[in-house]
Write a protein that binds this ligand. Structure first.
Ligand SMILES: Cc1ncc(COP(=O)(O)O)c(C=O)c1O
Length: 393
């Protein structure tokens, strides 16, 4: 397949494993075992059973009639918001906790931005009875307070990251530091399609259940497996990678990625990595990265904690550079308006991350008979205060 990582974890020019020597044994252990573990019949059976009975999969593919009428095209929503814990993140944490168990690890660390990955990690650690520490930027701890409470309720320890922009990038730095100090007993559950190889590929494979289901669900509803477009928001890129995966080598399916433009791409307060990024290395992989001319990482900004990241996964950099994906950037204001629109047209309050994907209709005009599948990556409960403040509800 053209868009798979090669053996060294490269998607074209992007990917690889750029890690400090101290992390080499951990990452190497994972790299040499992950595919064998994932292919074991007993692993597949346990993973699929948990996705079904614990997560509640398959998630519905919902035809959004009123949204479709409004934008004069056929819109289906892939309802990852209906998963246990409220977002797609749990597909990956179920997979990785099973990998960690196979590797004999008894301590889990994670980073989180919106808190959805932190909650999903705390959840599977409670399920398996494993110690859990989640690193989270101080600013994110404030803006995603309900998720912090959920993680604590689930028995996880939430450690604040106080450096830099006090958001996702800084939480990831702290988690990497922890892993370096605890190499033997700890597995680091990365929450997006980022990090050193094999993480982007492993996370993408766990999330690929999204497009696997879209194929047969669409066949049932429309008599064909391929939509005309798949659309997803991009933080690090895991819900997008899962939504695109089985369509990457299908040229008749358009791939649309939506990034956070914050207060505007050129405002200095943005997270529009494909527009502003240059090739560089962040958190263990070569990818597009927002940086100063001398290579210092630029502090990102977005109203949504889950998209507030200065890089993007290597698969997405490759999709951008090769032109396979169409990339759009959506401002805070346009995302918030799209979130309100979905709430009032369909009775579904989306996560603010997801609202960015829903704002695609401002930028892209679809044909009336196009089938457009949008990844509804998460529910908006965690964001209610931000919506309330913004709309003065
Ligand atoms: C609901 C939701 N959607 C999207 C994202 C962005 O992450 P990713 O790009 O890995 O899907 C997050 C991250 O926290 C999220 O919580």
């Amino acid at each position: 397949m053209k868009y798979q990582a090669n053996e060294k974890g490269y998607y074209g020019d992007f990917g690889g494993a750029y890690i400090p020597e101290m992390l080499y044994p951990n990452v190497e252990e994972l790299r040499t075992t992950y595919l064998d573990i994932m292919n074991e019949p007993s692993f597949k059976e346990e993973f699929n059973q948990l996705l079904k009975d614990y997560v509640g999969r398959p998630s519905p593919l919902y035809y959004a009639k009123r949204l479709s009428e409004k934008h004069n095209t056929k819109v289906y929503l892939k309802r990852e918001d209906l998963n246990h814990t409220g977002a797609h993140k749990v597909n990956n944490t179920i997979g990785q906790i099973l990998v960690a168990k196979k590797l004999g690890k008894n301590r889990i660390i994670a980073e989180t931005g919106a808190g959805q990955h932190g909650v999903a990690t705390a959840t599977v650690c409670a399920l398996m009875g494993i110690e859990c520490i989640v690193y989270m930027g101080e600013i994110d701890i404030k803006r995603q307070a309900p998720n912090v409470a959920r993680m604590k309720m689930l028995g996880a320890e939430v450690r604040p990251a106080k450096s830099g922009s006090k958001t996702l990038k800084d939480a990831t730095n702290e988690a990497i530091r922890d892993w370096i100090n605890n190499p033997v007993d700890t597995h680091y559950i990365i929450g997006s399609a980022i990090g050193p190889h094999p993480y982007p590929d492993m996370v993408t494979r766990f999330q690929s259940i999204i497009s696997e289901e879209i194929k047969w669900q669409l066949k049932e509803k429309e008599g064909r497996e391929n939509p005309d477009y798949v659309v997803a928001c991009i933080g690090g890129g895991s819900n997008a990678a899962g939504t695109y995966y089985h369509f990457l080598d299908e040229p008749d399916v358009g791939i649309i990625a939506v990034e956070a433009a914050g207060k505007g791409v050129n405002s200095g307060e943005s997270a529009a990595t494909s527009q502003l990024g240059k090739e560089g290395i962040i958190h263990g992989c070569r990818t597009l990265l927002m940086q100063t001319p001398d290579g210092q990482i630029t502090e990102p900004y977005s109203i949504s904690a889950g998209l507030d990241y200065p890089g993007v996964g290597p698969l997405h950099s490759h999709l951008y550079k090769t032109g396979r994906g169409e990339f759009y950037s959506v401002t805070d204001d346009d995302a918030m308006t799209a979130g309100l629109e979905l709430s009032q047209l369909e009775g579904i309050i989306p996560a603010i991350e997801t609202s960015h994907a829903l704002a695609i209709f401002n930028d892209k005009k679809f044909k009336a008979d196009d089938i457009v599948v949008i990844s509804l990556s998460g529910r908006g409960d965690k964001d209610l205060n931000t919506y309330i403040d913004y709309f003065k509800l």
